[in-house]
Design a protein around this ligand. Structure first.
Ligand SMILES: [Zn+2]
Length: 151
């Protein structure tokens, strides 16, 4: 399932990517452009805007309305859509699927035995550090830990 998050849900969008869901996020899009993009790319529109959600549904676009303002609860509201697949993680910045870095780069950049991941599009690297622990704790509290390839 692919998503399009509205401008108010940037943090949720990054988390959806981390747990492996293709999530478009472009705060410059207006309502009409969001609906068009969701429709043409078969994405579920994720929004905090009731009016936008209703308009999307009228125009035949699947939409889910997020009510909570806490990240863990936002994710929880999306659980029925997320499923429990073991999708690979995506770059939280640009939504490209991460690949494991090659050995040379691992040795050069990763501390200790950490596994290093690379975004082939924007070149950012990620490894298991303290921030992944926080992510893992939140995912486990939601029963989603199996979906996270980076723990
Ligand atoms: Zn990237």
């Amino acid at each position: 399932m692919q998503f399009l998050a509205d401008a108010m849900l940037g943090k949720l969008a990054r988390w959806l990517r981390i747990i492996g869901h293709d999530t478009a996020y472009d705060p410059s899009l207006d309502d009409g452009a969001m609906i068009f993009k969701a429709k043409s790319e078969s994405r579920v529109l994720v929004t905090r805007d009731l009016e936008l959600s209703q308009r999307a549904r009228r125009e035949g676009v699947e939409s889910t309305l997020i009510i909570s303002h806490l990240l863990a609860q936002e994710l929880e509201e999306m659980l029925p859509l997320l499923g429990i697949g073991r999708a690979g993680s995506r770059c939280p910045l640009c939504n490209t699927a991460l690949t494991e870095a090659d050995r040379a780069m691992q040795i050069e950049k990763a501390p200790g035995n950490a596994r290093l991941w690379l975004c082939p599009s924007c070149g950012k690297t990620y490894w298991h550090g303290s921030h992944w622990k926080g992510i893992r704790t939140t995912l486990e509290s939601l029963g989603l830990s199996d979906a996270n390839d980076l723990t």
